[in-house]
Each structure stands twice: as C-alpha cells, then as structure tokens.
Design a protein around this ligand. Structure first.
Ligand code: DGT
Ligand code: MG
Ligand code: MG
Ligand code: MG
Ligand code: MG
Length: 253
C-alpha cells in the first residue's frame, strides 16, 4: 500500500521501551480521593466496600493481563508488578501503563454498584499512574515493603484518630494533639486505653492491605487445575511470603 504524505508524523513518536531485565511496577492512585471519598460518604477510617471494589478492579487487570504477576493495594492506590521478562506491548511504557489504568478505572465504575449497593456514583472517579523500573529482586521487595509499611503507619494513625473522634467524642483538633509526636507503641496504647480497641484485632485487610497472587487451584470434581487470582492479607515484608510463593521471583509459570 502506498504511504500517504502524512506518514512522516510517526517519526515524531518517542521510544519508551522499558529497560530489559527490570521489574516493571505501575502504581495507580485515586485522583483527589479526599473529595471522592467524602462525596460518597466512605466509612472512616476504612470502608470495606471501597477496598473490595479496588481489589475487584485489580483482579480484572490481572485476568486481562497475564504478565502481571502480583499486585498490592491499600487506600486509593494499587501497584502492579510485571514479570521482568515480559514482552507485553514490546515493553512500551506508555502502552503498558495506560492499558492497566484504563482496565482498572473502567472496572471500578463497572463494579461500583456491586459493592456500593444503594449509593449512586455521583461523578466519574479517575486515577493517575506512574511506572518505575526495579533492576534487582531486592529493589522490588523493598518497593513492596515500602508500600506495606505505609499501610501500617497510616492505618494505625487513622484507627487511633477516628477511635478518639468517633468512639470517645473528641474533636478533630483534640485527637490530633493527643497523637502528635507519638510512636507506634504509644498509639497502640492510646487505642487500647481510650477506645478499648486492640489494634491487632483489626481486620488484616486494613492492617496489611491486599496482595493479589496467581495460584494453581485444583477444580473440585475434576482432575484439571487452573490459575486463579487470590487475594491475601498477609505480611510481604518478611521472607515467609516470598518462600511460600517462590514462583514470583523464580519466574516459573
Ligand atoms: P491525590 O492522590 O494527590 O490526587 O489526592 P488524594 O485526595 O487522593 O490523596 P491521597 O491519595 O494521598 O489520599 C487518599 C485519600 O482517600 C485520603 O483523603 C483518604 C481517602 N481514603 C482512602 N481510603 C479510604 C477509606 O476507606 N475510607 C475513607 N473515609 N477515606 C478513604
Ligand atoms: Mg496521588
Ligand atoms: Mg489519591
Ligand atoms: Mg493515595
Ligand atoms: Mg488500536
């Protein structure tokens, strides 16, 4: 087929191929979710429906894109880890990141009413995205540890803050003053003494976030097995998780 005289514009496209041998991490984060969560009256400090909707949307990404080997989510964010040997979209960064964001955002809207049954979606939620490359397994583990440590720090603070406000009736300012400058053990103690809450009894989905992994499951009443995406609410900072799911770093399928 003859080329049109306009064809040259393609030469303006930029090369954005992700460096070989690197883990590709795409992290999405809800845009202005401070506003979105308050408009839709999300429960404080954690709305289980919202977290489950985030998880459902991330499962949709993993079902659609087989090279996403693991995902980790908390609050209004989700990180997707692609196999370091992936050749999806010829490793083009913008293609990978935009496909993930689009499948996730569309799924969030699509599944909204399954989780927020009587709450109308008032306006379209949206997410920003970034891509980061990690050259070593240790870098990848440190990245995921960083996100899970963030989950812990934020959730402990938020649980204590809203415990003081909603259960003890303190004002936002009073609660903030009490918690200002406290370390983890002190927040645990304040929660226990003032609110009768043992932080360790809070739901694991709140304390640990959600990690999605692919597991080979035997189908009941048949000999065959199939891969399914499983949500786990476990520690991913220590070695146990990586030993139990050694296929993630060893790249076996
Ligand atoms: P951004 O990301 O710069 O566009 O701005 P935001 O407002 O999304 O800020 P971000 O991502 O740092 O913080 C997430 C917001 O979402 C924060 O205001 C708390 C809120 N949020 C997330 N999960 C929940 C939840 O389960 N319940 C409630 N009430 N709020 C939540
Ligand atoms: Mg953000
Ligand atoms: Mg956000
Ligand atoms: Mg966020
Ligand atoms: Mg096309």
């Amino acid at each position: 087929m003859a080329k049109s005289k306009y064809e040259y514009v393609r030469t303006f496209e930029m090369e954005d191929k992700c460096l070989q041998n690197c883990w590709i991490v795409v992290r999405l984060d809800g845009r202005s979710f401070h506003r979105f969560t308050s408009s839709h009256k999300f429960e404080k400090p954690n709305d289980k429906r919202a977290l489950e909707l985030m998880n459902r949307s991330a499962v949709a990404v993993m079902e659609e894109l087989q090279d996403v080997s693991l995902a980790y989510g908390q609050s209004d964010e989700y990180s997707f880890v692609l196999r370091k040997d992936t050749n999806m979209y010829n490793r083009r960064q913008s293609k990978i990141m935009s496909a993930i964001n689009s499948i996730f955002s569309a799924s969030y809207v699509h599944y909204w009413s399954s989780y927020f049954k009587n709450i109308k979606l008032l306006y379209p939620p949206s997410f920003d995205a970034r891509t980061v490359l990690y050259p070593s397994d240790q870098n990848l583990r440190d990245y995921l540890s960083w996100r899970q440590a963030d989950t812990h720090i934020n959730n402990l603070y938020n649980t204590a803050f809203w415990g003081l406000v909603l259960m003890k009736g303190l004002s936002n300012n009073e609660a903030e003053k009490i918690l200002c400058g406290t370390v983890s053990s002190e927040k645990n103690e304040i929660l226990f003494k003032e609110c009768g809450t043992n932080y360790n009894n809070e739901l694991p989905i709140y304390r640990k976030g959600t990690v999605l992994v692919r597991k080979l499951i035997r189908i009941p009443s048949s000999k065959s097995k199939k891969h399914v995406v499983c949500p786990l609410h476990v520690d991913i900072i220590g070695d146990d998780f990586w030993k139990e799911h050694d296929e993630i770093l060893n790249l076996e399928k």
